[in-house]
Design a protein around this ligand. Structure first.
Ligand code: DGT
Ligand code: CA
Ligand code: CA
Ligand code: ZN
Length: 574
């Protein structure tokens, strides 16, 4: 069993225990273990064999036994039993903003609420307001929350989509009849959220592959099962479409099923204007079918440079590709380092040394540490003394790295309600960089929030703005803020804006990244990592950058270490 799948099971186990009202420490132990597994320095089975897993922080004796059981048998009876005996709708309630496990347990105990439908009925009947510990305000919030969940529909985060698609892709790829396989749809375009999974393969006879697909253990319900196409629902109700075509059709089908729909329509229109017809099976001209071996050939046949999937949203990409090759988009390999990482000094799970080691293992040349500032008490914000202690610890570590790698001293400093910062200027002057973020008073009116953030990004001590809207995808809208005014202020003050790469956030979004670039504001891809495994989220941030059409030159953290250090130093001297 794959490590990622084991981590997912432990995480789910923690969540199930939570909604069942189990001891919070026990629940958290599962979440922590799941997090620890995602950042392992070596292969899981190897680490079990040589006893190193037992030494990983967050993995105690009982947890170790459970992981070993999963690795050796592929099963965890306690998990299966818990899953069987918990109403499936109960976990879905966690998606309602403001409804935590405690409240869900209370609603279940008092009113037998075990699904969104139950919740809506109870809220609309005023039964929740009457409940001890809830009240009319909470009830109104819950009704609003249900509306939010419903408008988000059954969409999922890219991170979940990737987890779900991986084993299926592997199963299709390893089928002996299969030639080519590719993920299509919104996941290939790296959209913010994913409606369903689309996979395309080529084979001389697709039917046996589809027969195999519908029997995979991940499949819960078969919706459609034909000779060239099947649609199924996976265990957590996410839909997955699989299509098979002949080799010669593959590039056309790949392009069509990658979408977006709007891009496809624009492409078909362009083909028609040139006397060609384009569909998912081919391109046909006056002299018959036009053969294409790759998507690049297909674009070329329409007089276009190749358009990367991330740009296929009909937002001017055809016009641009008609003028000549598109500028190269940024890739993960372009990143030389990153900022905004948390450690166990505040609410992170790894030490400074572990985070540095993980960054080096990824080939990064520097890492910016940004633990929370003093007002963020819920997140273990650092006092002024603790900040100074951390600086000493970072200095000591940097001594050991020599010139090959560097930790930068930073802070994720709260922007207070009036736009001032959470640390005094003398202390701020001692950091290499300052990420300024809003973590409180989300409900301020739009003009107040805008003035607050504009004041912060205009502060010469602020290096970059953290998660500019505070949104949590599929869970919480961002606060009301005029981002254009914020971008304008950042341009004037020459401060930067982060692309928070956490898949729950993706904040700044691609649309506003384009505006920031137009205004000359440098963007910084930051993982907001709370454990070593969180550094892998950088790739989601690169997805945002690519969707915005950004090249390496538009991102601050693609410069070499020396240039980055110099630029930070120059900002501090202003
Ligand atoms: P999603 O699943 O909502 O996140 O978004 P997509 O883009 O993955 O959409 P999906 O799964 O419905 O369809 C996959 C692709 O197939 C879509 O991006 C473009 C293509 N497609 C689907 N329906 C149509 C259609 O009616 N017309 C055209 N031109 N293309 C379509
Ligand atoms: Ca899709
Ligand atoms: Ca689909
Ligand atoms: Zn934050």
């Amino acid at each position: 069993m794959e490590t990622a799948r084991i981590a997912q099971i432990l995480d789910e186990m923690g969540t199930l225990l939570e909604v069942r009202g189990e001891n919070p420490f026990r629940c958290r132990a599962y979440h922590h273990a799941a997090q620890a597994l995602q950042g392992l320095p070596a292969d899981l089975s190897e680490m079990i064999a040589d006893g190193r897993l037992a030494e990983v922080p967050g993995i105690g004796e009982t947890m170790l036994a459970k992981i070993v059981q999963l690795v050796t048998t592929g099963h965890l009876p306690a998990f299966e039993e818990l899953k069987r005996s918990t109403p499936p709708g109960l976990v879905a309630l966690l998606r309602v903003p403001g409804l935590g496990p405690k409240k869900i347990k209370a609603l279940y105990d008092a009113l037998k609420i075990e699904s969104l439908a139950d919740l809506r009925a109870a809220a609309e009947a005023g039964k929740i307001a009457a409940l001890k510990g809830f009240g009319a305000k909470t009830e109104a919030k819950i009704i609003e929350g249900i509306r939010f969940v419903e408008s988000a529909g059954n969409r999922i985060l890219q991170s979940q989509a990737r987890r779900l698609v991986a084993p299926i892709l592997e199963a299709v790829r390893s089928h002996p009849a299969v030639h080519r396989v590719e993920v299509c749809g919104s996941l290939r375009r790296r959209a913010e959220t994913i409606g369903d999974l689309d996979i395309l393969f080529s084979a001389e006879d697709p039917a046996p592959v589809l027969d195999h697909f519908v029997t995979l253990p991940e499949v819960a319900i078969v919706l459609v099962h034909g000779p060239t196409k099947a649609s199924v629902r996976l265990a957590d109700s996410v839909q997955c479409d699989l299509r098979g075509v002949e080799d010669a059709q593959f590039p056309f089908a790949l392009h069509y099923f990658t979408g977006s729909k709007a891009h496809n329509i624009a492409m078909r229109r362009r083909a028609l204007a040139r006397g060609l017809t384009l569909n998912e099976y081919g391109l046909v001209g006056p002299d018959g079918p036009v053969a294409c071996a790759t998507e690049a050939d297909l674009f070329a046949a329409l007089g276009l440079a190749e358009i990367p999937p991330e740009l296929r949203e009909d937002v001017g990409e055809l016009e641009a590709a008609g003028r000549g090759p598109l500028p190269r988009l940024a890739t993960l390999d372009d990143l030389t380092g990153t900022f905004h990482c948390h450690t166990d000094w505040s609410d992170g799970g790894a030490t400074l040394a572990e985070m540095a080691e993980a960054a080096r293992a990824l080939g990064l040349k520097y890492l910016g540490i940004a633990d929370h500032s003093r007002s963020a008490r819920y997140a273990g914000g650092l006092s002024i003394e603790r900040v100074r202690d951390q600086w000493a610890a970072i200095d000591a570590l940097n001594q050991t790295f020599g010139s090959a790698f560097r930790l930068f001293k930073g802070t994720e400093c709260d922007i207070l309600p009036d736009g001032s910062l959470d640390f005094p200027d003398e202390l701020l002057d001692g950091f290499d960089f300052v990420v300024a973020s809003v973590h409180s008073h989300f409900g301020q009116p739009r003009d107040e929030m805008t003035a607050r953030i504009v004041r912060a990004v205009s502060n010469p001590r602020v290096t970059m703005l953290g998660h500019p809207t505070g949104r949590l995808l599929l869970a919480r809208d961002g606060y009301a803020v005029d981002l254009d005014a914020v971008i304008e202020a950042a341009a004037r003050a020459r401060s930067m804006i982060e692309i928070n790469a956490n898949p729950h956030r993706l904040d700044l979004d691609a649309t506003h990244c384009r505006r920031a670039r137009e205004r000359g504001v440098p963007l910084v891809v930051n993982p907001d990592a709370h454990a070593t495994g969180g550094l892998a989220d950088l790739d989601y941030g690169i997805g945002v950058a690519r969707r915005a059409g950004l090249g390496p030159g538009d991102l601050f953290n693609t410069a070499p270490l020396g240039a980055v250090a110099k630029a930070l130093e120059a900002r501090r001297r202003r």
